[in-house]
Design a protein around this ligand. Sequence first.
Ligand code: MEV
Length: 308
Amino acid sequence: MTPSLHEHASACAKVILLGEHAVVHGQPAIAAGLPEALQLRATRLPDRSAPLRCVIPAWDLDFSLAEVSTHPVARACGDVISHCDGPLTGWRIDGTTAIVARAGLGSSAAITVALARLVLGPGVAVESVIEASMVGERVFHGTPSGIDSEVAARGGVLRFVRGQPPEPLTLGRPLALVIVPSGVVRNTAQQVAKVHHALERWPTVTRPLLENLGRIATLGQDELLRGDVARFGELATMAHGLLGALGVSSPVLDELCAVARSHGALGAKLTGAGGGGCVIAVPDGPAETLADVFRARGLQPLCVEVRA
Ligand code: MEV
């Protein structure tokens, strides 16, 4: 039978609440899915032998699988489709999203998860979708921990330890967040390499930093389960400091966190690989009021409510 695609598929974006980078080194992390963040729609091309084309205007993406040798996104997507025995020709895939790409919100995991679902269909086991997504994630990021693919596929709020099944968490109350994209693009693999380098250069200092990020993730999880958003916010700010010590923050991210805190946020930290991308701030009061502070600076914050 000629391989085919399902008509629609979607995936979550992700926001890492605590534990990024440390999770690569075996520590726990807590992450939440932002539901339906990427929607893909597949249509047949009139020419069944033309290479599959993928167009996501919000991410400035328009590539075909003829470009796999020169276009890393085309290569990652081609590898995911091949892994799932899907069609490499005769289809066009259009994507819509409100999430910024390459900003720590899991855009690469979202596209690989949604693509795997387009091929495998809605009834397939989530583990198969995650396995396929990881094929693409390795093209994008080298040796990712897997947290992004887990959250993009499963959604909800997860505690994740590398190599173990994720644990879904039920929060004591919804967590309002203001996500602020810095506008600075960064490269996850380079950011992860910085931490590996720090571990080699200063192991006795770097190892405890990673362990403390893991401890913060576990304490933060307890506060989220209890519904104590203020204490979660304090821990988020501490985590940002340790991530800075690891070398993965930046002056822009530090400034955005400081702005959030000076306008009453209960805490703020970078999210994802850092170096650019986004910060998350925990508002003390209406999220839109805090978001307005960033809008006044020409930024485009996103207010979300994490619940599970
Ligand atoms: C990237 O979203 C999260 C990192 O911890 C890398 C990973 O877990 O693979 C920085």
